[in-house]
Ligand binder design. Structure first.
Ligand code: LLP
Length: 421
């Protein structure tokens, strides 16, 4: 559920007309709803009610400082994948003891930074990474808390670019060699084993791949306990899908209940582990819309284009994954003829589109809103074609807060240097 609604033919973000926000701040722009964001966090909290769970929001989905600050105030943790994300969550007031560090290529500098901050755990993705963490921790006279990211070799039934739990994917260590890595880690002086984790992909619309993964890993956990290696937590990753079109993904409580059910016999034998989740998309996607303006329409011998002021640099999801994202009119325009449009942007690439074959009633100057744009849109934005990154605002009831200013042209080359003449 979200708080973007039509009232008398006009789209509202909470209690502010989207057209008013666009008039005040220009287009293209991202608009987030605070109430929606908090509602999604609450759904995860409710799913864990009375249980030992930890929600670590996946920062990559939307890393805006104000969003991180709001989430941090909800006492949830963060899943980070870079030093930059660690710096962001710290700047937003996060509690480092609820931060987990994923990613396949952690540098010495990033490991140092995370150890100094005192994070909850490193999700280790290779044998060499384990060695590196042990060495860096030794150098600092610290003990690094670690978990292994296990690749359970299950099919998440999602887009190949966002599927991560198959053996041909670069992520994690194979379940077959994991036991030996745990034994190796157990003997290391500067690491402490605290968990086991998996993340099998994103935009999952079924529970079964999670259950397949848990089933595959229960055996490993039992093996570890038999060898005297105890765990504090099991991290089942992120990946819960959202509705962009007709998808009907499971709700957080359905996923969490199913996970506990599958884990019941294990917990009886080894005691209850904390369950960690790393949701990104399911928290922010439907808390955001992307608003842009129709600059021109054109009819190329029967093929209609709506040329908008938003490009693949602002939102690359349609171009990169052929992702379908729903496009609606901000103010209904019943007078305009209903036509089939490709909604395309100003970037000089054929792949620069926001949507194809969309039935719309529009004319020049109309505003369009793209639903589900809170996740992996602004955070994947670039300045390609020297287009300044756009403004982001957060609506809280009747108030609009700018949480990222629109970049200026000078921002485009702020870090560049002219050669001496
Ligand atoms: N944990 C790890 C280790 C991850 O790699 C990811 C996402 C998440 C958690 C959060 O997954 P979520 O709950 O958001 O599905 N750019 C793509 C999605 C890439 C996801 C990458 N990893 C898109 O726009 O669809």
């Amino acid at each position: 559920m979200d708080f973007f609604r039509y009232q008398n033919g006009e789209l509202y973000a909470e209690n502010v007309a989207v057209s008013k926000i666009a008039a005040d701040y220009g287009t293209p722009l991202y608009i987030y709803s605070k109430a929606t964001l908090l509602r999604h966090v609450e759904a995860f909290k409710q799913a864990f009610a009375g249980r030992n769970g930890l929600i670590c929001y996946a920062v990559k989905a939307n890393s805006n400082l104000a969003i991180l600050q709001l989430l941090s105030k909800q006492n949830i943790g963060f899943d980070i994948v870079s030093g930059g994300e660690l710096a962001r969550v710290m700047a937003a007031g996060a509690d480092p003891s609820k931060v987990i560090f994923s990613g396949v290529a952690k540098t010495e500098e990033e490991i140092t930074m995370a150890l100094e901050a005192g994070i909850l755990c490193f999700n280790v993705e290779s044998a060499m990474e384990l060695d590196r963490i042990n060495t860096v921790a030794g150098r600092l006279g610290k003990v690094a808390p670690i978990s292994f990211r296990i690749n359970p070799n299950v099919d998440a039934h999602t887009h190949p670019y966002i599927s991560t739990g198959l053996k041909e994917n670069k992520f994690g260590i194979p379940v077959e060699t994991a036991f030996d890595e745990y034994l190796r880690a157990e003997k290391m002086e500067h690491v402490k084993i605290v968990g086991l984790d998996f993340h099998i992909g994103s935009q999952l619309t079924e529970i079964s791949p999670y259950i397949d993964a848990i089933r595959a890993l229960k055996k490993l956990i039992r093996q570890l306990y038999a060898a005297g290696i105890k765990l504090h937590h099991l991290d089942i990753g992120g990946g819960l899908g959202v509705t962009y079109s007709q998808e009907a993904p499971p709700l957080p409580n359905e996923l969490i209940n199913a996970a506990y059910e599958e884990l019941a016999d294990l917990f009886e034998d080894v005691g209850e582990l904390q369950i960690v989740v790393e949701p990104g998309r399911s928290i922010v996607a439907n808390a955001g819309i992307f608003v842009y303006k129709v600059e021109f329409t054109k009819d190329n011998l029967g093929k209609n284009f709506a040329i908008v002021d938003a490009g693949m640099n602002d939102n690359i999801r349609p171009s990169l994954y052929s992702a379908f994202m729903n496009i609606i009119t901000v103010i209904e325009n019943p007078e305009s003829e209903l036509k089939l449009y490709d909604v395309v942007g100003p970037v000089c690439e054929t792949g620069d589109f926001q949507g194809k074959n969309r039935q719309l009633r529009i004319q020049q100057g109309d505003l369009l809103a793209m639903r589900g744009s809170g996740a992996y849109c602004a955070s994947m934005g670039s300045q390609y074609n020297s287009r300044p990154k756009c403004v982001e605002v957060l609506v809280d009831d009747e108030q609009v807060h700018v949480i990222r200013e629109r970049e200026t042209y000078a921002d485009l080359w702020a870090k560049e240097k002219l050669l001496a003449e």
